[in-house]
Write a protein that binds this ligand. Sequence first.
Ligand SMILES: [Zn+2]
Length: 442
Amino acid sequence: MYHVQYHQFLHEMPDGTLKMTNPLTGRTAWWVPGRSGRPIENRQTEYARGEIREPEDYCAFCPVNLRQTPPEIDRRIYDGNQCRTVSRPMPSDMGQQPFLFRRVANLYEIVTLEYWRRNYDYRGLARRREWAAAYKNDPAGREHLLELIRTKRKNLRAVGEDMPEISAEAMLTEADSFFLGCHQLISAYRHYRVGADKSDTIQLCGSGCMTPDEHFEYFQFTADSIRDIYECNRYVRYVVAFQNWLAPAGASFDHLHKQLVGLDDWGTSISREVLASRSDPNFYNAQVVNFSSYNNLVMAENQHASLFADFGHRNPTAAVYSKSHHLRPFEHSPEELRGVSDLVHACHAAQGPKMSCNEEWYYQPRDCLEKIPFHVLIKWRVSNPAGFEGGTRIFINPMRPTDIRDQIVPELFRLRAEGRIAHTIQIAEECPVQPNSLRYNR
Ligand SMILES: [Zn+2]
């Protein structure tokens, strides 16, 4: 499967049907004439300006509701000159200090602290346990934790979970997951976009609504957090990083956030990529990035990364590949990570905040020897699988990769001219598209 000839990844039939195979996963998707059309925007994300309240208080991630999320593992702040990270603040420290991003435990973990405790006898690092003890000893901290656990148990009871009454001490033990757990969230500072345009409406603040500088801070903070999860739990083999934007993409809040989940597994997608990488040490150049440029799918490029329209996915997908020989996001130099961030930001800005999407990060797991370049997929959630897909595992994708390119590229030119994306980005025919530009295998 991994040695198919180039033309077989994208095969156009005489009637115009395009059969697409993803070189990394072997998954198949078809574009069928007459079933296309521009994807509809998923839901209302614009609101009358008058409805906007400052400070924002729309959801648990908004600044007014700091106590509705678990204690902050760290917070990224801007102090007027530069950004810095404040780690493990106590309740009295949280106050009014404005933040750009916050990292907290997920109240509803997928892989729980209990999982790590029971299967690995994981106890967490001393500095985290000390923080937990100090927080519980602080009267405001103790009340915060009890309030969270009560709310969590009430919500679980409401969906039918068996949640017997337990003592306050047992609740505080349950709160250990906030300090030691490996499923975390990074939330951004804004719920709605700061009113930059002159219209009477305002939009939810998506990734593309930030400035390139802010988006880079978001990226760097996420990369640092991945490293921290590895450092805190030696049993973690891979930290999955993703962002679900809006309800069709699985987000339970409209407030921008990323999720990080430490796993003792690589998951199916990375395992398939490992096989592909093993089959050819130049796989990601030859079969992925070179191939995209030979088919004129490259949308933008800079010194450190490339953005192109990808194919063979269930949904229209854009891909950003790092050119760095550093394989993991937290091993990238700031300049390299900035290059990747700028293209991911530009893609979000060009598709607009109304487009529900999943942003997924892929990179070399901790215990993996095969080389995998850091890459980010942005998948637009516009198609609903039907019976045909279920029976065949062939997905009908409403857009060809050229349709994605033709939608994004004019927007990139416009946004760059307006100074809303990084000016260092080269677009479409400006891109050098050097063959073998990924240096991951050197
Ligand atoms: Zn919010």
